[in-house]
Design a protein around this ligand. Structure first.
Ligand code: PNS
Length: 160
């Protein structure tokens, strides 16, 4: 069974993430979305909320598991019997850091392969941080995030 992990902060999931999940789910028997609990960052949404949004956005896919992890990605992968990491690449600016992480993960476990998927061009400018910034100041984020997230993000910022 080919098990792949799509890791990230997903704070919150965007339509760019969802596009990668949908396309990658067709390439593997199982796709596990790994939500990082990073104690040195203070996310807008708790890990439970982030997981809930991802699960709600993926109900049309039947081979998706969503779970959180702390510590090293390769340890989470081992625990899940996963052999492939999938990452989305938006622009050349993503490449350098992603390249570093892919090589570090390979150094830590040479059996693990990282595969990059090009983001759909309509989402190439999209990031969770930008969506949060626009929402914080009351801007329109329709079409950028799954609808389940839209209401909740404005609630967090006390805006309608
Ligand atoms: O959505 P993000 O914040 O860009 O995702 C980054 C993530 C979660 C993929 C990356 O920070 C990660 O894998 N963190 C786990 C810690 C780890 O394994 N570090 C060493 C490998 S570079």
């Amino acid at each position: 069974m080919r098990i792949c992990v799509y890791p990230g902060s997903f704070d919150p999931i965007t339509n760019g993430h969802l596009d990668i999940i949908e396309r990658a789910s067709g390439l593997f028997d199982k796709l596990i979305v790994g939500v990082l609990i990073n104690t040195s960052k203070s996310p807008l949404f708790t890990a439970e909320e982030r997981i809930h949004f991802i699960k709600k956005s993926c109900t049309h896919l039947d081979n998706i598991e969503v779970d959180s992890f702390e510590g090293l990605l390769i340890d989470f992968m081992k625990q899940k019997n996963a052999t492939t990491i999938i990452k989305g690449l938006r622009a050349v600016s993503d490449f350098e850091y992603e390249f570093q992480m892919a090589l570090m993960n390979r150094k830590l476990n040479p059996k693990i392969e990282t595969i990059f998927m090009m983001t759909n061009s309509e989402y190439s400018y999209l990031s969770s941080s930008l969506v949060k910034e626009v929402a914080r100041f009351g801007g329109c984020i329709k079409g950028l995030i799954p609808s389940v997230v839209e209401k909740e993000i404005f609630k967090k910022y006390n805006r309608r």
